[in-house]
Each structure stands twice: as C-alpha cells, then as structure tokens.
Design a protein around this ligand. Structure first.
Ligand code: URP
Ligand code: ZN
Ligand code: ZN
Length: 460
C-alpha cells in the first residue's frame, strides 16, 4: 500500500512548511515538493495542516478500578482516539498487591491483545515493591519493552506505596535503564480528609475536591522529586494540576535536576466551580481534582516555559450508572473522566486558536515529547523519512461541537457537552494505512500494535 499526500502544510515540533509526503508500506519514504510518485491512493491536502499522529501517554482502558471497570475497552478506546487524531496510547498495567508484575501483565495482555485499532504500549504500575518484584523490573525493560514504572503516592489501601518502597523501586529502575512515573498526592492526608468529611456528613462531589487540596499535590511532588534526586532516577509526574506542584519542579532546576511533567487537557480548560452543582459534579470527579483559574494560568505558562512537556488525558471513563455508585458518598464515585477523543481538537481550539501556544508547541506536547520521553522517537512523534507514517490531516477552520450524542467513546455523557471546537481531524493515518477518513473507519480491530519502547536515554 502506498499513499501520496499532496500540498499539505507539514507541522512538526520544529518545522512548518508545505510539501508532499510519500508513504510506502508503514513508513514515510520521501518528503519533497511536487513529488510525482505513483501511489495506490493520492490525498489532496491543500488547506490542511499535517501533524504527527497524537500520542496520549496516560489512558486507562478496560481497567478494574474502585469496584468497576472503565467503560472504554481497547477496541472502543483506541478507535475513539483515532477519530480525534491520537494514533497511539500508553495504558497502565496495575499490579495486584501480593501478586507479581507478570501476573498483572498477562491479565492486561488478555484484554488488549488483538483488540486495538490504534497502537499502544503499557506503563507498569508497581503497587507492591518487594524482593520478588525487584527481580521482574529488568525482564520488563529488556524483554517486554516496558520501560516506565508508575507509582501511586495516593489511593491508600489499594494502589499506594510508601516511601521505603518508592526509594527501593527507584534504585532498581535506575539500574535497569527505566523511568519512574508518579501520581503525586499525599495519600495519608487525603485519607484523613475523606474520613473527616464523611464523618461530618459532607458527602457530595464537592467534598472530593475539598479532600485533595493543592498542598497534598505540592507536597508529594516535592517529596517525589527529592527521592528521585537522591536515587538519580529519571522521574515523570503524571496529571499535574496546580501551581504548587509545578513550583517544586521549577525549583529543582536550581540543583540541576529535571523531572518531566505531564498535565491533562481538563486541567488547562476546566475548573473546580464545576463541583458546585451537586451530583452533576460527579462528571468531573477525578484525582487530582480540577483546580482554580490561577492554576490553569500556571500550567499554560509551564507549557510555554518547557517545564510541562506533555498534555495527556488520563482518559478513564465511566457510564453515568457507574458514577452513581457514589450518589450518596463522594468517596465511592469512580474517579476519572472521558477525553481520549477530543484532546487534540480541544487543545487546538483552546490553545492554538486562542494564541496561548504555537503550532510547534502543539505538536510537541501532543506527540513529539511523549515519543522522546517514553523511548519511541523518531519512530513515532515526527514526520520524517524512516518514521512510522502516523499522520493526521487537520482542518484548522472547520467548526463543530462535542456531544455524547455523536462522540465515539463508550460513555453516555460528555464532560465537554456543547463545547464549540474550531479545528477538526479529518483523516488519521496509522503506520501507512488510512485508519479513519471523515468519520469512516478503514481498518479493522487488531490493526493496532503493541510498541516496545527503548530504555531511557541520559539526555532526552
Ligand atoms: O481520576 C483518575 N485520575 N482516575 C484514573 C486513575 C488515576 O489516578 O490516574
Ligand atoms: Zn492518577
Ligand atoms: Zn490515570
């Protein structure tokens, strides 16, 4: 299969120019002006922007969590992602405490293998670090190409590890050439606040927000950074939401340390006033919770200053019936919201169109930086000769709106119902195949491949 894309405006993290792209098989083989290659399919991209396929390094598909499963599985989730221009996702395997990492990996493989439309990889979440777990780290890095190890400093009694385990894991991961990523909030303090609010009969979604004040995230981010500094491991903070946390990341530059930071689209454009509407606020019950306007401003600034490198989603959808598990008690509302489909279009509308970020920055934070940080660059995250032909054709002026009535995610509400978008992903190409074209799906389930990732380079 070969494809010739004519006259598109190619935008990468560093370039912006008009040219033709020739794709032969799964890769880009030629980029140039006025190419006259014969191709099985020729696409006229006049007036369209061409971006590298989006990479969302933080999603939870078909995940057992809080007594239920996230409602998008690998089929529906990766297909919805392709509709919105995301060609690859990185999902999380969760170790069960008392069991091995490989035991969990097999469970996740049994749900994902052969079911994905888009490409995918896994982070391994270590919830029980001990001498047995320790022996598995190297195998995961070398044999499975799983090079990032997720930790939770919260979800006490379920996923949380203590600092003793954290330091031990960091030392082992460093030795094996991997990276430690973190959900950085103070689990003990949150646990205390949740109990206090429940005991006082404060049970609405607002109290989810009030149980996780900014300081819980700031403190844990600083503590994680200190442990990473001591052990020398490369660190990455997932779903950063607030000024206090980012300031810790800014401060460690003074001791020549770097920790990568990811925020998510919702923390840039939604705020905590949404929790004021009684149980409706459950739509946005996620951890950490939405914050304040001043935090949004800090995160946009962090993106432009280069201290926040990635905009992900933390896509973790639940049907409204599932959210209602917490109708009488906020602590039972499954945490997470749906966004995998609209990350790129929302960021384009709210970031590029509103002059908050440049087009090159848009590509950096939606694709290239994730590919670099997570060991896939230049195979993924760029448009270059020899790279995978993961390419999206994007109309920067088309206007449309978000609604649960026509989105592709398997969830019966939208966290962005009625939001107006300017900019639409028209065609998504994945490894040389037109995957979705103007809403029509042209690949079949199982086309998506598991992508093995490289060890963490010294300098990214
Ligand atoms: O609320 C969230 N974020 N749900 C998914 C699990 C996590 O903490 O990332
Ligand atoms: Zn988390
Ligand atoms: Zn998450």
């Amino acid at each position: 299969m070969s494809i010739l894309i004519k006259n598109g405006r190619i935008i990468t993290s560093a370039e912006d120019y008009v040219a033709d792209i020739y794709i032969d098989g799964e890769q880009v083989t030629t980029i140039g002006k006025n190419l006259d290659h014969q191709a099985d399919e020729t696409i006229d991209a006049t007036g369209l922007m061409i971006f590298p396929g989006g990479i969302d390094p933080h999603v939870h598909l078909d995940m057992p969590f809080m007594g239920t499963y996230s409602s998008d599985n690998y089929e529906t989730g990766t297909l919805a992602a392709l509709h919105g221009g995301t060609t690859m996702v990185i999902d999380f395997v969760l170790q069960t405490q008392g069991k091995s990492l490989h035991h969990a990996l097999e469970a996740w493989q049994s749900r994902s293998n052969g079911n994905c439309y888009g490409d995918y990889s896994f982070h391994m979440a270590v919830t029980d670090f001990n001498t047995d777990t320790q022996k598995e780290i190297n195998q995961l890095v070398d044999d499975e190409g799983i090079t990032s190890f997720k930790t939770f400093m919260a979800y006490k009694g379920a996923l949380m590890i203590d600092d003793r385990q954290m330091v031990g894991l960091m030392q082992e991961v460093k030795k094996c050439g991997g990276m430690v990523t973190v959900h950085a909030t103070n689990g003990d303090m949150i646990d205390y606040l949740v109990s206090k609010h429940r005991a006082e009969g404060n049970l609405s979604p607002l109290y989810h927000y009030l149980s996780q004040p900014e300081i819980t995230e700031a403190e844990a981010t600083g503590r994680f950074a200190d442990m990473a500094h001591y052990t020398g491991v490369t660190g990455y903070v997932v779903h950063m939401t607030c000024e206090g946390a980012l300031n810790h990341i800014r401060d460690i530059a003074k001791r020549n340390q770097k920790i990568y930071a990811e925020t998510c689209i919702q923390y840039l454009i939604l705020d905590a006033t949404l929790y004021e509407n009684d149980f409706e606020g459950a739509r946005w019950v996620m951890s950490p919770p939405l914050r304040r306007k001043k935090d949004q401003e800090t995160l946009w600034a962090g993106i432009n200053q280069g201290s926040v490198q990635v905009v992900a989603t933390d896509h973790c959808p639940f049907m409204w019936e599932q959210k209602k598990m917490g109708e009488k008690d906020f602590s039972k509302i499954p945490n997470g919201h749906p966004a995998i489909e609209h990350r790129m279009e929302l960021l384009f509308t709210e970031g590029v169109q509103k002059g908050k970020i440049t087009l090159n920055k848009f590509v950096e934070v939606t694709s290239s930086n994730a590919a670099k940080i997570f060991g896939m660059f230049p195979r993924k995250g760029c448009i270059a000769v020899g790279s995978d032909a993961d390419i999206i054709l994007f109309d920067p002026v088309e206007e449309h709106s978000i609604s649960a009535s026509h989105h592709h995610m398997n969830v019966d509400y939208s966290a962005y119902e009625g939001w107006k978008l300017k900019g639409k992903c028209k065609t998504t190409i994945l490894r040389g195949q037109v995957a979705v074209d103007k809403g029509e799906v042209r690949i079949t389930k199982g086309y998506g491949q598991f992508i093995k990732r490289s060890k963490v380079p010294d300098n990214i």
